[in-house]
Design a protein around this ligand. Structure first.
Ligand SMILES: [Fe+2]
Ligand SMILES: [Fe+2]
Length: 271
């Protein structure tokens, strides 16, 4: 892991004329969430307390998530010189707290934890792939290209770990499905909504619903069908189902239809 550094990003190519202010807002929010991601590595090291090899990988993973936050934050400061990434991150951490010190996975087992991490990396890899394919500003496109490649590797790390623990600590299909759906539902929770608020609207009062929708409306707009289809394949694989089967293709079509409906609904609410 760790295949690029901040200095590898072609910052001098930043092109103000190709900025989309809607994208700048969601990049600021994503920067805060990513920069906070490293704290989760500590939790994973506690859950896998007797596996030094995984712990080393988890620490590297955490460092990469922090780098994602740094790159996006630096870009957001170029795009909006009034944006103070450090101050926004302090606001985010003050308002959004998770117990990273627990040594017990919320998913009930190590394999459950790995299924949940695979779902998160599926979400981030599809999001940065969708951003990479939709933004016009060349520096952001390069940052997203690098991050999307990292997120795929993160998925592979957690998937490999899931497989390696599946024999000694097996979990069944229904449990995997319930963890996967539970984690997907959590993507609607406070984290992104609060990050959007802390990055863009901190002079106002936090409103989970309003700020959640404000983030989602802008984020949903960048996705295209192949990004959702690829996510469905990755989710199927993480829960132990065939990612290339007929059932997966049907699920991908249904997921895209549901996604589009939600995107249109959010756009109408804002109109
Ligand atoms: Fe990331
Ligand atoms: Fe990641």
């Amino acid at each position: 892991m760790g295949r690029w550094a901040l200095d590898d990003i072609p910052w001098a190519q930043f092109d103000f004329s190709r900025l989309d202010p809607e994208i700048v807002k969601i990049v600021k929010a994503a920067a805060l969430v990513e920069y906070n991601g490293g704290a989760y590595a500590h939790h994973l090291c506690r859950v896998f307390y007797d596996d030094p090899e995984f712990q080393a990988n988890a620490r590297r993973w955490g460092e990469e998530e922090i780098r994602h936050g740094e790159a996006l934050g630096r870009w957001a400061e170029l795009a909006d010189p009034e944006f103070d990434f450090g101050a926004a991150f302090v606001r985010f951490r003050q308002g959004f707290r998770i117990d990273f010190d627990s040594g017990v996975s919320r998913r009930g087992s190590r394999c459950g934890e790995m299924v949940a991490r695979c779902i998160v990396e599926t979400g981030t890899s599809s999001y940065y792939s969708a951003l990479r394919d939709s933004v016009r500003e060349p520096v952001l496109r390069e940052i997203c290209r690098n991050i999307a490649a990292d997120e795929i590797r993160h998925y592979k790390l957690f998937y490999r770990t899931l497989l390696s623990y599946s024999e000694s600590e097996p979990i069944g299909l229904w449990r995997r499905l319930s963890i996967a759906f539970g984690r997907l539902a959590e993507s609607q929770d406070d984290e992104l909504a609060y990050a959007y608020f802390a990055a863009n609207e901190s002079a106002r009062t936090y409103d989970r619903r309003r700020h959640g929708r404000a983030y989602a409306r802008r984020a949903y707009a960048v996705y295209r069908e192949p990004h959702i289809a690829h996510s469905v394949k990755m989710i199927f694989k993480a829960v132990g189902l065939a990612g290339n089967g007929r059932f997966s293709r049907i699920a991908a079509r249904l997921a895209w239809a549901a996604f589009r409906r939600r995107a249109i609904h959010l756009a109408r609410l804002a109109a």
